[in-house]
Design a protein around this ligand. Structure first.
Ligand code: ADP
Length: 347
């Protein structure tokens, strides 16, 4: 067994102290001829020994902990012992607490780094998937045309039209991604103005008229007033209504699809809702539909041309306006999205 210096000094000190007490008591008993006073001497001697032992052990422990701290400090980050907590002002307990705080912080950093990494992988995978589909289509049509199909003017026109559609799809995905990135980087500046929301709804209906006709969908504006004025970025709110109404048409899947956009003033806010009688969304999927690239349905029923980014953009636009959007849905019966915008007072 290796003899340690500090415990050795401690044990020698205690032994010497006990020996001195014994000697002192013996002296008092034999030479001073004391009666009850002897006990007072004994008690004083014990207290003195106690104090001396305490002081010596305390000093020894200080020396011991400083040495241990010096050893530990080699393994700790450089900034750890810098002011205000320099090495001399720390004790082992504080170091223990600091180390455990650092470990906890590093653990949570590690968890969020892992989450970020898996999110990054998923994101890159999703982007690649969205770009791959139209790119492969373009490649397929171009190859067929190069192999001689271009000699038939009808096929040439048909394939060129399909190539253009795929290019449009690529552009949509890229510009949607660009928009989301700009929102997340805080680079989007809103151009707020007062405008009539009912007028914007009518413009959206005009743009989507052709698509609505293809499915016989009825587009209805339901509002208590002819005009309802809001303060917001007109162009971006147009985009919100366009995405929501286009989704309502695409996920209609009914014999008599009807899409109702309602606008109404409730105190200082204008409430806008887009409601359809389409396929609906199961409750377990409802909370995720605003995530990027999230799609509820399988590829069979998936909306052609959709990037899975439409609702994520809608959410970003409304958040930039300090407003929120929520969705209610009954599976196979229909879905209703509603959001608010600040009303223009007196209008
Ligand atoms: P997408 O490009 O796929 O339409 P969105 O972000 O616009 O992407 O929508 C995300 C998903 O939410 C859609 O894939 C669809 O499953 C679901 N969804 C959105 N709107 C509706 C709706 N009105 N009815 C049913 N499902 C909807």
């Amino acid at each position: 067994m290796k003899v340690k210096r500090i415990p050795l000094i401690a044990s020698i000190t205690i032994s010497i102290a006990m020996f001195l007490v014994a000697l002192f008591i013996e002296y008092c008993r034999n030479y001073l001829n004391l009666g009850w006073e002897l006990w007072i001497f004994i008690i004083i001697a014990i207290i003195l020994v106690q104090v001396i032992n305490y002081l010596i052990l305390h000093r020894l422990f200080e020396i011991f902990s400083k040495r241990q701290l010096k050893k530990i400090s080699k393994f700790l980050p450089q900034h750890f012992f810098k002011r205000p907590d320099s090495l001399s002002s720390l004790n082992l307990m504080e170091v223990g607490e600091k180390v455990s705080r650092i470990t906890q912080r590093q653990n949570s950093q590690l968890i969020s780094m892992k989450e970020l990494e898996s999110y990054r992988k998923e994101y890159v995978g999703n982007v690649a998937h969205e770009l791959k589909t139209p790119l492969f289509a373009i490649q397929g049509y171009a190859d067929t045309l190069l192999e001689g199909a271009s000699e038939d003017p009808e096929i040439l026109e048909k394939y060129l039209f399909r190539i253009t559609k795929s290019v449009d799809r690529l552009l949509t995905v890229v510009s949607d991604l660009d928009m989301i990135n700009k929102f997340e980087a805080g680079e989007i500046v809103l151009h707020q103005e007062n405008f009539d929301i009912n007028q914007v709804v009518k413009e959206v209906f005009e743009v989507l008229e052709g698509e609505a006709q293809q499915t016989n969908a009825q587009l209805i504006l339901d509002s208590p007033n002819t005009q309802i004025f809001v303060r917001a970025d007109r162009h971006k709110i147009f985009q919100v209504l366009l995405n929501l109404t286009a989704n309502a048409i695409h996920y209609a899947q009914r014999d008599n699809p009807s899409i109702i956009v309602r606008t109404n003033i409730i105190t200082k806010l204008v409430v806008i809702s887009v409601e359809d009688n389409g396929m609906g969304i199961k409750s377990e999927n409802l909370s995720r539909i605003f995530e990027r690239f999230y799609r509820v349905e399988s590829s069979r029923t998936r909306r052609e041309g959709g990037s899975g980014l439409g609702l994520a953009i809608v959410k970003h636009i409304l958040e930039a306006h300090h407003q929120t959007i929520s969705a209610e849905s009954v599976y196979l019966e229909g879905t209703k999205f509603h959001f608010t915008l600040p009303a223009v007072p007196g209008k």
